[in-house]
Design a protein around this ligand. Structure first.
Ligand code: TYM
Length: 335
């Protein structure tokens, strides 16, 4: 008998264009791992609501994110690629888990602190309980592994804490998930300030490479990337954060180690190195961009995939939700 595959779960917020940080820290790993696991990938539109959205743009961004997942190589006939908001179990379990999460724990979340500093005029309760919804996403699918970038580690830890707390009271309701962090690319930094994470909300357009940037733009942005006054390509995060970040990007696409990259550019200046990184990134993204444009026009195919996978996700999610509801003593619906 074929062994049952382990379960992988991940997703991204449906806001703005994605950066190569999202791609190298998450999406690329999802594609690599997707044969080995039974996979669920959510368009995390409920999470995006914690920041005020323009409704029309928001809907388009969610659709674009879906197309991008597929264009990057997640076949929606083999992977369950669906919309978080189309599966009500996420919001339902999230409420239950809110009652098993402490204010003190949520207060410690660095993303909450960062986001409330950035959106001081809109520090809403959703922003505060954001990690609980994320825990619900993951726990609903009895997930074994969650491939994410380093910035999501703290959210993974609180997910595990909530799950263990619940299981301690009610028995084995939830699988305790593990994070999967890639060897390179788990924390891509800004091209303009390599001590800061590359973020899609950065106002300086030169700080980020978007997955939709064309080849010329990509090469130009890498040329302008902030490095240091030295000329040697060497991995040293503390003293050479800019160069080390570029090496990380280059490494996660080519698979080359730091030693190999240092040898490859030995005696060459930063100019040659930056051009090579730019060309490598552009070459990696070009086929994805082509497929993305094609998919955005194929409305019928995408609609069909969304419908099918929303139903599949709901089927799995509801099983766990029903179990959790029963355990806490909520009265079952009469059918
Ligand atoms: P989000 O949308 O901020 O980011 C999506 C993924 O991209 C990774 N990432 C990066 N990796 C490396 N370097 C960077 N500069 C970089 N920027 C972003 C993130 O670590 C993430 O893996 N809360 C999640 C979305 C979410 C989720 C979930 C993820 C909601 N529910 C359940 C996993 C499981 C988030 O905001 O990701």
């Amino acid at each position: 008998m074929e062994e049952k595959k382990k379960i992988l779960y991940s997703g991204m917020q449906a806001t703005n264009a994605l950066t190569i940080g999202n791609y190298l820290g998450a999406l690329k790993n999802w594609v690599t791992l997707n044969e080995e696991y039974e996979c669920f990938f959510g368009v995390m539109d409920l999470h995006s609501l914690t920041v005020r959205q323009n409704p029309t743009e928001f809907r388009q961004n969610a659709r674009k994110l879906y197309a991008l997942y597929v264009a990057a190589g997640l076949d929606p006939k083999k992977n369950c690629v669906y919309y978080q908001s189309h599966v009500p179990a996420h919001a339902q379990l999230s409420w239950i888990l809110n009652c098993f999460t402490y204010m003190g724990e949520l207060n410690r979340m660095t993303q909450f602190k960062d986001k409330s500093a950035k959106h001081a005029d809109n520090i809403n309760a959703g922003l505060f309980t954001y990690p609980v919804l994320m825990a619900a996403d993951i726990l609903l699918y009895q997930t074994d592994v969650v491939p994410v970038g380093k910035d999501q580690m703290q959210h993974l830890e609180i997910t595990r804490d909530i799950a263990m707390r619940f299981n301690n009271i009610y028995g084995d309701v939830f699988k305790i998930p593990e994070a999967y962090i890639g060897k390179s690319g788990a924390r891509i930094m800004s091209l303009q300030d390599p001590t800061k994470k590359m973020s899609k909300s950065d106002e300086n357009v030169n700080a980020t490479i978007l997955l939709t940037d064309d080849t010329d733009t990509i090469i130009r942005k890498f040329k302008r990337a902030v490095t240091d006054s030295d000329t040697q390509v060497r991995y040293d995060v503390e003293n050479k954060p800019g160069v080390s970040n570029l090496m990380d990007i280059y490494s996660s696409i080519t698979g080359k180690s730091s030693d190999e990259i240092e040898a490859e550019f030995d005696g060459k200046g930063y100019g040659d190195f930056k051009l090579a990184v730019g060309e490598t990134v552009a070459k990696e993204l070009a086929p994805i961009q082509l497929e993305y444009e094609r998919l955005l026009k194929d409305k019928e195919y995408i609609n069909g995939c969304i419908k099918e996978n929303d139903e599949k996700a709901a089927y799995f999610a509801n099983k766990t939700l029903r179990k959790a509801m029963k355990k806490v003593g909520l009265t079952e619906m009469i059918r």
